[in-house]
Design a protein around this ligand. Structure first.
Ligand SMILES: Cc1cc2nc3c(=O)[nH]c(=O)nc-3n(C[C@H](O)[C@H](O)[C@H](O)COP(=O)(O)O)c2cc1C
Length: 184
């Protein structure tokens, strides 16, 4: 991999701007990062999730999930997890290490449910009678009347940014105080 000294440094703020855009622009490739958690047996468990909110000031990223999904139990047991974002348009990969917390009730969950429930399809994701991953043969197709929406909040601890370029790849550890340049 070739690499060159950094010139037009993408700032921490610029990366947060892109994350913020991804919460609004359905076409933004950073809208659907991969979340990797640690399973109960120590294995890595990775899956795609939708980025719902990006708050640069609080250094926090928000996701919605079903409170019964295995990732919720995994994050409760091992809150430290990783997110990987890739954008072909930007040619940017962003690897985020974060500490996660789970909310299953309270005003923020109520507000999120209110927003989600305006779409019947989206609401159905959180109304299933069976937990995500449960066997269909166990008879859990019908929707229940209680939602299971949970909010996952990721407090960002570190960000590793990689830009692919024909002129030389660049990689930096980003923080509010600047960029610590690394060999790509
Ligand atoms: C494009 C895409 C977006 C997804 N978004 C979410 C999401 O926002 N929240 C979620 O819980 N699962 C989402 N999923 C489903 C997860 O990838 C996963 O299959 C499911 O949550 C079960 O994961 P778990 O068994 O590891 O908990 C999405 C899948 C795809 C393909």
């Amino acid at each position: 991999m070739s690499h060159s000294p950094p010139t037009d440094q993408p700032t921490h703020a610029r990366v947060w701007e892109e994350l913020q855009c991804a919460t609004q622009d359905r076409e933004h490739e950073w809208r659907t990062p991969v979340l990797a958690t640690t399973g109960a047996d120590g294995s890595v468990q990775a899956r795609t999730v939708v980025l719902r909110r990006a708050d640069g000031e609080a250094q926090a990223l928000t996701f919605y999930t079903d409170s019964r999904s295995p990732k919720v139990a995994q994050l409760r047991a091992a809150p430290s997890a990783s997110l990987v974002f890739w954008s072909r348009r930007l040619n940017w990969q962003l690897r985020v290490q974060a500490a996660f917390s789970v909310q299953v009730s309270g005003p923020q969950v109520d507000a999120a449910w209110l927003a989600v429930s305006t779409s019947a399809t989206a609401a159905a994701d959180y109304l299933g009678a069976g937990a995500p991953g449960a066997r269909l043969s166990d008879g859990c197709v019908a929707a229940g009347d209680r939602h299971h929406l949970a909010i996952l909040t990721a407090r960002v601890q570190s960000m590793d940014w990689l830009e692919l370029s024909a002129d030389g790849h660049r990689r930096g550890r980003l923080s509010a105080s600047g960029v610590d340049w690394l060999v790509p």
